[in-house]
Design a protein around this ligand. Structure first.
Ligand code: GLV
Ligand code: MN
Ligand code: MN
Length: 412
């Protein structure tokens, strides 16, 4: 099956008809449909599918006569992949482009007559976006031992459903989650193809880039607790309105990001009880902050929290601030990066090196296995939005680049 047919078959799952955006959250019916799609795509290619203890999916192309990844005497595997979940109302490409391209690259390797000499895997990591349970890259974090399994089981979604409850309801045993050292030890390299989430490639006039590094980034939850009151009668002086320090935090985020050459965003907020004619009791906001280095990130977060605390104190509001997921800076494995660059150069595929402010499973796995990334041009740079786009010719270039890299890593 061609890239286009695979792509079309995935497109309807979790798509909102009016906005064109996607809502594919982990352990929901849409997630189950994505998993069924993955399993079908793998079966059509005679790939062996397994779901690991953390709910991540793996499709294996075993070399002829191979005992399989991780078996004694077997060689280390080459794995590619990405994620199928989305942010709320996200685009079609963020995550799925890497998985569809992986299956299409397997087809291309077969058309080229290549046979792997080491196991070749395609992985789909669960809850990369953290859209349901709040922690980014949850599936790869669990796999790599970067989050405590008990803490992960207790994570709750907006309706109070825990990860453990959601997994169990979807038929997956939550008691087994946690690091899978044997599985990771069997992986010699992980290469993730992803749509670029910026427009550097468009500006450079290139279709493909090799990922260089990921900015350190994280999410902080800010709970502002005030006193609910009547919007018409409570005097301004008497109010303890949590919306006001929240507003100060939003403005401080913008200010701190601008002054440090960083990014800081408050894109999610809830107000309780949510009455038009009442001062809120509580405002919960999530700060997403990213910077070119750890010191800058700390400075940005420190300034936003200081401004929020000062404004909260000035309005008689309590503030509790907690990190929800923090990912250190990642520089991708230099040897693997150079190998990608030289195999692409060998096929006359121009591929500049690009850093990114977006988080990826490859960034989490980089702490445990040599990892690298390929980016595919996004003409507007818009991402986490229904407007996210990559041209078909660039998607085809991505498949060719991925097949070239996989041929070099897995077939020689
Ligand atoms: C994932 O896309 C992230 O960077 O938040
Ligand atoms: Mn994303
Ligand atoms: Mn992604």
């Amino acid at each position: 099956m061609s890239f286009a047919a695979l792509w079309e078959s995935l497109l309807p799952i979790g798509r909102d008809g009016s906005s064109g955006g996607y809502r594919r959250f982990s352990w929901t019916p849409e997630d189950a449909a994505c998993r069924a799609w993955f399993t079908r795509a793998a079966a059509e290619r005679d790939l062996r599918v397994l779901t690991d203890n953390n709910g991540n999916l793996w499709a294996w192309w075993d070399p002829p006569g191979s005992p399989g990844p991780g078996a004694p005497g077997g060689s280390k595997a080459v794995v590619t992949g990405s994620h199928l979940d989305s942010v709320p109302n996200g685009g079609a490409f963020d995550g799925p482009l890497g998985i569809v391209s992986a299956f299409a690259a397997v087809d291309q390797l077969r058309e080229r007559g290549c046979l792997p000499v080491r196991p070749l895997g395609i992985a789909a990591f669960t809850e990369e976006e953290g859209a349901r349970f709040g922690v980014a890259c949850l599936g790869s974090r669990l796999l790599a031992g970067a989050i405590d399994p008990g803490a992960a089981r207790a994570l709750a979604d907006a309706a109070g459903v825990t990860l453990a409850g959601a997994m169990a309801a979807a038929g997956h045993d939550p008691d087994g989650i946690g690091p899978a050292d044997d599985l990771l030890a069997a992986v010699g390299a992980y290469v993730e193809l992803h749509i670029e989430q910026g427009r550097a490639l468009a500006d450079l006039g290139a279709a493909i880039a090799v990922g260089e590094q990921i900015w350190p980034h994280g999410r902080w939850r800010l709970d502002f607790t005030g006193r609910p009151d009547h919007a018409g009668t409570a005097t301004l002086a008497d109010r303890r309105d949590p919306m006001l320090p929240f507003a100060a935090a939003v403005l401080a985020a913008r200010q701190a990001a601008a002054s440090h050459g960083a990014r800081a965003t408050i894109g999610k907020v809830t107000a309780e009880p949510g009455a038009v004619n009442a001062v809120s009791a509580r405002v919960c906001a999530w700060l997403d902050a990213r910077g070119p280095d750890e010191r800058t990130l700390q400075a940005v977060v420190g300034e936003v929290l200081a401004a929020a605390r000062e404004a909260a104190a000035g309005h008689g509001v309590e503030l509790a601030a907690e990190p929800e997921s923090v990912t250190p800076a990642v520089v991708f494995d230099q040897g693997l990066r150079e190998r990608l660059a030289s195999s692409l150069a060998g096929q006359d595929i121009p591929a500049p090196l690009l850093p990114t402010g977006a988080g990826h499973d490859a960034g989490v796995l980089a702490a445990r296995v040599p990892a690298a990334m390929l980016f595919v041009r996004n003409p507007t740079g818009v991402s986490h939005s229904p407007a996210e786009h990559a041209e078909p010719a660039d998607c085809a270039a991505g498949v060719r680049a991925l097949a070239t890299v996989l041929e070099d890593l897995a077939c020689r």
